[in-house]
Design a protein around this ligand. Structure first.
Ligand code: NAD
Length: 332
């Protein structure tokens, strides 16, 4: 008796960047990310150690983010990184692809373009934090950062509360018209302000920069503010004053990553807060942590970006593309 060749005749769905943009909107990304944060806090989903290497070619950083979500049945890896010279080739500097496997058999299931999905899942993370932690009566949204990711964060955030105004600051002010254009499209008043004015006005603040030093000081922030720190995803990066984390209730996607390479790395290293002071936001989503306690509390979400977010949105993309007949299929 012969054993069939393993994997023979296995259909693989391929979901292009264009199809991802067509079928994974902000609501789908929000749901996928909220569910996976909840699964992580229940212990149903976990991230594997991240690999990120300077490959010594084209100044590129390349790596893998992977994990398994047994609730969402998502197993796989996001592979890719940062190629600084791509812009001259008319390509985005960040490049990634998600590879999904069947958790029951280990067979390759889908290849999904990861560039747009990374942007939309990152925006969903700060939106989930606003939905669960910001004051219900928040009226002014503050944006620090005006790069590629910023408009995704802005659009997703504006859907979470009845914001009446957006105030923004960026170290490179020439990029602010990018945010102003979104506000004009959505008919929300926009004002470019100083960092101090932003702190004085904003009820919710999103930071999404590549900064290596604090851009926001504790004394500029009003009681009751919610801050989503989204830019710090590497050792050494920093967007806010560590004293702000000491004054706030701190939440995150994954505590281990928050302490290692997220915004909390600095406050923990200097002894201002302990790892045990940081709460996974999934506990708030699951109702095992109360979240915001009152209108005076400052809440801070350290959104470090985990592989399970990528797998969650890629699974949603693969499922929707298959349902709508928009995936291409090859047989391996
Ligand atoms: P981008 O290069 O398009 O924009 C960079 C932003 O940071 C701009 O606002 C720029 O003015 C500002 N900036 C650049 N250098 C700076 C410096 N030295 N000090 C202060 N500000 C500086 O990048 P992007 O795609 O908008 O991403 C912004 C940040 O978000 C990056 O640090 C990126 O690594 C991070 N990111 C995080 C996640 C996550 O899941 N947490 C996901 C994607 C991107």
């Amino acid at each position: 008796m012969t054993t069939p060749a393993s994997g023979a005749g296995n259909p693989i769905s391929i979901v292009s960047e264009a199809v991802c943009q067509q079928i994974v909107g902000r609501p789908e990304a929000f749901k996928a990310v909220e569910n996976v944060f909840a699964a992580m806090a229940r212990g149903d989903a976990y991230n594997f150690p991240v690999v990120r290497e300077a490959i010594g070619h084209a100044d590129a950083l390349y790596g893998f983010k992977s994990g398994f979500d047994r609730a969402g049945m998502a197993l796989g890896v996001k592979s890719g990184g940062y190629w600084p010279g791509n812009v001259q080739k008319d390509l985005t500097n960040h490049q990634s692809t998600v590879i999904l496997f069947d958790p029951d058999t280990g067979q390759l299931k889908s290849l999904v373009g990861g560039n747009y999905l990374t942007a939309v899942r990152t925006a969903a993370a700060s939106a989930v934090s606003i939905a669960h932690l910001a004051r219900k009566d928040a009226k002014v949204l503050g944006m620090i950062g005006a790069g590629h990711q910023s408009t995704f964060q802005l659009r997703a955030a504006l859907e979470q509360r009845d914001f009446e105004k957006v105030v923004a600051w960026n170290p490179h002010p020439e990029h602010l018209p990018r945010l102003a254009a979104v506000c004009e499209e959505l008919r929300v008043p926009f004002e470019a302000v100083t960092q101090q004015e932003l702190g004085a006005q904003a009820d919710v603040i999103i930071t999404i920069t590549s900064a290596f030093e604090p851009l926001l000081l504790k004394e500029w922030i009003k009681p009751g503010t919610h801050i989503a720190c989204m830019g710090t995803d590497t050792k050494g990066k920093q967007e806010v004053d560590p004293a702000l984390l000491a004054a706030a209730s701190v939440f995150t996607d994954e505590v281990a990553q928050s302490v290692l390479l997220g915004e909390a790395q600095h406050a923990v290293a200097s002894g201002l807060i302990a790892e045990s002071d940081i709460t996974p936001i999934g506990e708030v989503i699951n109702g095992t942590h109360v979240g915001r306690r009152d209108d005076q509390e400052i809440t801070l979400f350290d959104g470090t970006g985990v592989g399970l977010q990528d797998l969650a949105v890629a699974s949603a993309a693969a499922e929707l593309a298959d349902q709508k007949g928009l995936s291409q299929t090859i047989v391996l």
